[in-house]
Every structure is written in structure tokens, then in C-alpha cells.
Design a binder for this molecule. Sequence first.
Ligand SMILES: *Cc1c(COP(=O)(O)O)cnc(C)c1O
Length: 395
Amino acid sequence: MIYADNAATTRISDSVFEKMLPFLREQYGNASSQYSLGTKAKRAIELARQQVAIAICAEPSEITFTSGGSEANSWVLRCISETHHNEQMHIITSAIEHHSVLNACRALELSGVEVTFLPVDNAGRVSVDGVKAAIKPNTKLVSIMLANNEIGTVQPIAEIGTFLKGKGILLHTDAVQAVGHIPVNVNDLQVDFLTASAHKFNGAKGTGILYKRSGLKLSPLVFGGEQERGLRAGTENVAGIVAAGYAIEESVGEMAETAKRLSIMIEATVTRIKEKIPSVRVNGDAECRLPGTVNLGFDGVLGESLMHLLDLKDVCVSTSSACNSGKDEPSHVLLALGLTEQQAKSAIRISYGKYNAINETNTIVDVICDAYVKIINNKKCPTSGVSSLTDKVKN
Ligand SMILES: *Cc1c(COP(=O)(O)O)cnc(C)c1O
């Protein structure tokens, strides 16, 4: 099998798995318990918090563990607006956010919050001037993702952060696709809140990270005990948190090398597909993008058909994002780039990760091109099914 859908989720790193395993078996204590089985769990969580903090240049006290990226995103958006419940507040986001941000914003709209969904250019970039122009006296929060999950475009968050500094407007970034893959430094970015998710950087599923700049208020997400400084009650997912700590340390340590390899693989993939299918379209930004992700449009075929044919050959890619699949709607991200519905539906996303080998690119290219030719040929002779039937009858 070739797994090329690392933007949807990644395989847990072998060494990270070894580190987390004891916390599911021998070291299964509740981190709130006072005997050593519990205090050891507590210490493991605090080590992970430190590992995460170091990876994004934050302080451990600024890190809260959640159940995932979606939870962290929803938390920031929901609780910021709760804090300002007496005012008519305004939020700025982009049209290409992950659904955990977009749908949280839509829910806020229903409760009276004003939301601006900024457009993007045809490479998927939000313009800093666009953010500036959208600011209103009652703007309290700007939430724009660092890297897009469907096309890999990286946004100018540091520039936006610089502009917002001192204006009393908070900046949140969904960095789920970025952390562990490209350098992320909360001070360079000048963000107040940042979201990450362990299963996107070879950690385990079910552990997210919320960075909150020290001194900022955020109301608790879950009420109960004093876990996570009373912000998110409930017995901690110790093994998942331990995995998140080691996974972020490992992926940041390997980042330069992995990024170089993945971008070579992406370039080789695109170049070879272009040789065979010159009409292929690369959706997204050629310069400011994630090293391992590319979104390709194949006019005249459905991305979904390609994906299923690839699946038959044990190659995993996705149409748009995992969260959208199953619905027949074209990707909101691709539509925001200005593509037609048909063009948007012709796309597949290839996302390589650290467990992909360079030689897998050749197989992927061959399988994609074969599938493409098969679909196009079927279209050209719609009676081919009938003729093969008559052939059978003749025989
Ligand atoms: C995967 C993803 C999320 C959601 O993270 P989960 O941990 O799966 O909830 C949020 N934002 C982006 C950009 C993502 O790619």
C-alpha cells in the first residue's frame, strides 16, 4: 500500500509509539492521584507540555492539551465571543479555513456575532491589506490558518500579527498543518492563540494543543476538576499527551531533512504527471506552501473517480479534505480560488509524510496516469460497455 494522505492523518512514529505504550499498560495511573503511579503520569504530562512549548517557542504554562485540533479551534472561537457577550463583536476569518473554524464562525453568526470571511487570491493567499481593510471598531479577533489542509498554501500570519500588534485585536491561527512540518514560532508569528494536532505530525489521534499567550483570558471549555489549570477538566489522555510531546520533538528535529525530501518528491510527482497529462492543474501557491502537499486538478474527470480507482491499486489519496468527503459538494477552498464547480470536483490531493519512500512517487504517477486514461477512454466511447456485451453474446 502507498499512503499519500498525510494531510488527513499520519501513521504514528515507531519511536513515539514505544514511548506512549507504557502509559497504556504499566504506567496507567491517573495524573491527579497522589501516589507515585499518579505523580509519574503527572510528570510525563508536564514533560510533554515542555516539549511542545520548546517546539513552538512558548512557555509550558501557555500550553493546554485538548482532544484535537477541532476542539482547540472551537474553544477559541466560542470562548472569545463569550468573553465579549455584551458587545456586538466582529471577527475576521478567511473563506478557506478548516470546517472547525468555519462552522464555529457560522454558529457565532447565529448568535449575533458579525463575521467577515476574507476572500483569497487564485493561489489561496489571504492579503494583509485585505485584513487591514476589514478591521472595524468592534473587531476583537482575527482567525486565519497558518497552512491550508487542501492546497498547502501558507498564509502571511507574521505580517498580519505585526499589523495587529497593539490594536487590541487578538490573533488566532490554526497551525494544524504547519506544526511539525514548517518552522512555527509563536513570537515570530505574533499570535495570541495557536492550534495544533498530534495526529498530523506522527503522534496519536485524539490529542490537540492550544497555545494561549500568557495573561490572556479564556473561559473553561469543560467544567469539572482542576486538570489543565481548570480550563479543560477531565482525566487526561496521558498516553496521547506523551505521544504528542515526543512526536513534536521528533518532527521538529527531523523537519529540515524531511521537508527537503518531501518537496523533492512533490516536484518529481508533479513534473512526471505533467509530462503525461499536460493539462493537469496545480491548485495553490507555487512558493508559499507546505513541502509535502499538492492539489492537482484533472479537467474532464472527477477527482472522486480517480481516488476510487487509486484505492483499487492500494494507493490512498483524497479528493479535498477528509472532513468533506462523503458529501457531493465541491471543496469550498477550491471554489474560493476561483475554480468552477467542475474544476473543483476534478481535484485530488497528494500529501506525503515521513514514512513515504522516494521511489513511491513513480508508482503513484503511473497509477494516477493509468486511472486518468481509463476514465477519459470510458468517456470517449460511451458504448464500449455495450460493444463488449455484444462481443460476449457473439462468442
Ligand atoms: C486536521 C485539521 C484540523 C482538525 O484537527 P483534529 O485533530 O482532526 O480535530 C483542523 N485544522 C486543520 C487545518 C486540519 O488539517
